[in-house]
Write a protein that binds this ligand. Structure first.
Ligand code: UD1
Ligand code: MG
Length: 437
């Protein structure tokens, strides 16, 4: 275990008890139906506890994913003892994070409801479930537990002279800053164009602290044309990092609106990231390269486990909503993982559905076509099915191509597509290895 030379001047964090402050009016995140706003005291808050976590789903996912994970880590690749130990400690801490998150979400739900932070489930409008106040912004629990795990984990890994320590902490600062801005957005309902820019502010800690290389390897087929193998981008590289953060956060946030989709896509991508990292660690002999991928595992595992905990409540029918706190947090975490793990191209391939959704959304995002507050499908309370609208989202496109679907089925299709995109990326990497880079 590495000891730390740095001074331990960490200030104790103080937690403000929300119920002890005078009652304030909070803006509701749900702007479509405004009738429920401006409660004086939360006397009409539904105080029923939220539905229990969907353990069956988590069990299925774990049974499906843990055996291949252990196989890759223990048998398939000869990974050094030391590195394997760090990864396993991180996995154990992530597991603890999972249980803490599952435990804390119902508690936090009570508090956010008390402060009128809730939304109505738009895709259930016209049914009894459509009138339930669903607690919003539960991503805050995930974010806090994630940060605690990621901060504590440093104790088990980095040595005192590690350069990684600086960048690791800068990455955590970005994630924390993004969470704050996401929460601000949930509470204040920031205008759309401002929203787009928030991640570029949150990415500043990493952009300023980043001292790694700013070079890119030119793809082999292009080398004869360009004449060099490695190109130093200098400050343009930092610009690219900033743009990646803006893209990852917003693209997750706008591929949303169906129960389980926000968290589900993160779970799929984070799983792909962990698999990719272990494969790269196993196949490489370069210590720096391995370290970069190990760094990524240390952030992706807690992201995966805490997100799974949230998914157990957010899966159809959602008993909590994740809020922009979560979408921004998850997007930023994956962006810093891609940047510091030096695999942002692969990351963008994992993000293929998000890229398509973003491109498909461009006419509305740019204002060329009017963009309503919610670009969701049309729900028919009689049949319980969703129909695609003309709004430019992948959700609507899927419905128009595949026909009317229930919300749950649609989400499974979209997550299936996400998984196919990740498999496609692995295949592409496999076939292009050696030829492309
Ligand atoms: C983004 C999308 C918007 C989409 C919304 C849904 C763009 C430009 N913006 O906006 O089209 O409608 O996400 O998250 O593409 N909700 C549900 N069911 C869910 C999840 C959310 O009904 O499964 C509703 C709830 O009322 C919830 C609200 O969406 O309160 C949250 O919306 P918010 O995250 O604030 O929307 P944006 O991120 O601004
Ligand atoms: Mg959102």
């Amino acid at each position: 275990m590495a000891s730390r030379k740095r001074k331990q001047n960490t200030a104790p964090t103080s937690i403000v008890e929300p119920s002890s402050s005078p009652p304030k009016e909070n803006k509701n995140t749900q702007t479509q139906t405004q009738t429920q706003q401006h409660h004086h005291k939360p006397n009409n808050t539904v105080d029923q506890p939220i539905a229990p976590p969907k353990w069956g789903l988590i069990l299925k996912l774990s049974l499906f994913s843990i055996p291949p994970y252990l196989y890759l880590l223990f048998f398939h690749y000869p990974i050094e003892q030391e590195l394997r130990r760090s990864i396993l400690i991180n996995a154990a801490m992530s597991l603890a994070g999972f249980f803490v998150t599952v435990r804390m979400i119902p508690v936090a739900s009570r508090y956010v409801l008390k402060r009128n932070l809730f939304g109505y489930d738009i895709n259930k409008k016209g049914t009894p479930l459509g009138n339930v106040k669903v607690p919003e912004s539960l991503g805050i629990v995930v974010g806090i537990v994630f940060l605690v795990v990621a901060i504590l984990f440093q104790y088990f890994n980095f040595t005192e002279d590690s350069n990684w320590l600086v960048e690791y902490n800068a990455a955590l600062a970005c994630i924390c800053f993004m969470m704050l801005l996401g929460f601000v957005d949930d509470v204040l309902d920031v205008p759309w164009r401002v929203k787009l820019l928030l991640p570029s502010i949150a990415a500043l800690p990493l952009l300023m602290a980043y001292a790694g290389h700013t070079t890119i390897v030119i793809p082999k087929p292009l080398v004869p044309h360009i004449g060099i193998e490695i190109l130093d981008l200098g400050w343009v590289y930092k610009l690219y990092m900033g743009l990646l953060a803006v893209f990852c956060t917003n693209s997750i946030n706008i591929h949303a609106g169906i129960n389980g989709l926000e968290v589900g896509q993160t779970v799929v991508i984070a799983s792909a990231i962990v698999i990719h990292n272990i494969m790269q660690i196993g196949a490489s002999t370069d210590p720096e390269y391995k370290q970069a991928h190990a760094f990524s595992v240390y952030l992706a595992q807690p992201l995966l486990s805490t997100s799974l905990a949230l998914l157990s409540y957010n899966w159809y029918p959602s008993s909590v909503f994740v809020g922009d706190t979560y979408t921004y947090f998850a997007g930023m975490t994956m962006a810093v993982i891609g940047i510091l793990g030096h695999f942002s191209e692969t990351l963008l391939l994992f993000f293929l559905p998000q890229v398509l959704n973003f491109l498909w959304s461009l006419p509305q995002l740019s204002g060329y076509i009017p963009c309503p507050r919610h670009r969701l499908p049309r729900f028919d309370p009689q049949t319980g099915l969703l129909t695609g609208t003309n709004d430019g989202t992948l959700v609507n496109l899927f419905l128009r191509l595949l026909g009317r679907k229930s919300e749950k089925a649609l989400c499974i299709y979209l997550l299936g597509f996400q998984a196919i995109a990740c498999c496609f990326c692995f295949m592409l990497r496999h076939f292009l290895a050696g030829w492309y880079k």
